[in-house]
Ligand binder design. Structure first.
Ligand SMILES: [Zn+2]
Length: 503
């Protein structure tokens, strides 16, 4: 049926009128009662989301990393294979300037270890050495610090001297407000004159938990991890008999090694010198596949790179992707990167750390005390139609830390809402395996990271500037951080003194 020209014009006018009416009067109202934020990146978002959610690439990559390369722990063949895999993938995805950066460091290789009760009963306790534990032949009595509360180390220093300290991996001993890290408990044991350290996993059924000790190399006293069940057994025996004599023997090796950071860029067209960075370490602990921590985050970074390379074709700033080597034994790869790229640090708009992000129960953004960035991310939450929280905190336990200390604006993807149990769960045990990681979490982390990087690169006025050393010190200067800073300063001074004595 033919429609007369007049009717056609009338219909066109009606359509124009209706769409104008709808856009002015009927735009969806968001929860806060404001008009919904326009999304200037909608078309790119749709391509990114559509691609990631119709592809298995991110899980395929995780499967290769875990099942073919194993732990990827520093010094293993799988570490080098993983580094080459990331480089090849970045090149295949179309990133530019893809390259290795060598990371020389003091490495560690697991030898044999045994922990025996000598008196008053004889028993062997299954255990694993903690990375950077020095080789040992030690006989000493046990002292039980239980959760390892800081105040107990101070109060019981005399009791600790010469003995092997037992402390659990409880992250908030005696309801402490801050996370008391393994390395603090180990360091406080050193300062009190302990001769050895037993780290008891605070979760039942997960076996022993691992985790590096020491400071830029070997620790000063041997350290082993035991399962909760064996730790409780030791505690009961000590309580019953009043004293327990143990023997700890190990043949672990500390020696120079080389690792690799893998770096690749999507160059910006307007301000190629301005950088948005996202990264994650790829080394796991040698006792596990490190599937959740870190590989779920590493493949999310790689997947974000893949889709941004394909669909974010007009990036004004450069987006740089980094896969860090040897994080687990001291943030070594990222620390060396920050030292070696000092002349570029002023140009980094933001470093987004994705450690273990694909396995994190919530994908929120934890900013490291960047108050004026919070509103920017909150606007993006609306614009992206993706509900996430923006938190503010400071901690030293992943690759954002060297950037944070250098004043670079940083944040991490993970839960601002803390799961009630607290701690690492399967992380750092041999059960951090591929089967624990779901496709859904990987896709969510990859898409979220890609969409954020897109926005950080496109933001016209970026409201965060690199902090001066004084401003960094000020950020760390709250009562909790102060306590942490002071204790780690004392621990570092201890190592320095030992080092001078030995040479
Ligand atoms: Zn990690």
């Amino acid at each position: 049926m033919k429609i007369s020209r007049l009717v056609q014009v009338a219909l066109a006018d009606l359509r124009t009128f209706l769409s104008a009416f709808i856009s002015v009067h009927l735009r969806p109202i968001s929860e806060g009662g404001n008009m919904a934020t326009q999304n200037p990146h909608l078309a790119t978002d749709q391509k990114i989301i559509g691609d990631v959610y119709t592809s298995t690439e991110v899980m395929d990559n995780l499967t290769v990393l875990c099942d073919e390369f194993g732990s990827r722990f520093g010094g293993t063949p799988g570490e080098k294979q993983a580094a080459e895999f990331f480089k090849a993938k970045m090149e295949a995805y179309g990133l530019q300037n893809v390259h290795f950066e060598e990371v020389p460091y003091e490495g560690w290789r697991r030898g044999t270890v045994s922990l025996e009760i000598l008196e008053p009963i004889q028993r062997t306790i299954p255990c694993i050495s903690l990375p950077h534990s020095p080789p040992a032949q030690l006989e000493a009595e046990l002292v039980d610090l239980d959760e390892g509360a800081p105040e107990d180390f101070d109060e019981r220093a005399e009791e600790i001297a010469g003995k092997i300290v037992l402390a659990t991996s409880e992250i908030k001993p005696k309801e402490s407000k801050r996370w008391i890290h393994r390395n603090e408990k180990y360091g406080r044991s050193l300062l009190a004159g302990a001769s050895g350290f037993i780290f008891v996993n605070h979760y039942p059924g997960y076996g022993p938990a691992t985790g590096g000790i020491g400071e830029d190399g070997a620790g000063h006293i041997p350290a082993v991890g035991v399962a909760l069940e064996d730790g409780r057994f030791l505690q009961r025996l000590l309580k019953k008999h009043g004293r327990l004599k143990l023997r700890l023997s190990s043949t672990d090796v500390v020696e120079p090694m080389v690792s690799w950071n893998i770096i690749g860029d999507l160059p910006g067209s307007n301000h190629p010198d301005e950088l948005v960075m996202m990264g994650c370490h790829y080394d796991g602990h040698d006792i596990s596949q490190g599937a959740g921590d870190p590989a779920s985050g590493a493949v999310a970074v790689l997947e974000a790179a893949r889709v941004l390379a394909q669909y974010a074709t007009d990036l004004p700033c450069t987006v740089r992707f980094a896969l860090w080597g040897v994080e687990e034994i001291g943030l070594i790869g990222s620390t060396q990167y920050v030292a070696n790229h000092a002349d570029e640090l002023d140009n980094i708009r933001f470093y987004l750390n994705m450690d273990a992000a694909g396995a994190a129960p919530y994908k929120d953004i934890q900013l490291n005390q960047w108050e004026n960035l919070a509103p920017v991310f909150e606007v993006w939450s609306e614009e992206m139609a993706r509900d996430f929280r923006v938190g503010q905190s400071v901690n030293a336990f992943s690759d954002h830390y060297p950037f944070l200390m250098a004043g670079v604006p940083t944040g991490g993807m993970g839960g601002v809402r803390r799961p009630s149990s607290g701690g690492r769960g399967y992380g750092h045990t041999r059960y951090d395996t591929l089967d624990k990681v779901g496709m859904r979490g990987l896709r969510e982390a990859a898409v979220f990271g890609a969409r954020l990087a897109l926005r950080i690169a496109h933001q016209i006025d970026w409201p965060a500037q690199r902090r001066s050393a004084e401003a960094v010190a000020e950020v760390l200067d709250n009562p909790d951080n102060q306590e942490e800073t002071e204790i780690f300063d004392r621990i570092r001074a201890f190592y320095k003194e030992q080092h001078t004595n030995n040479h």
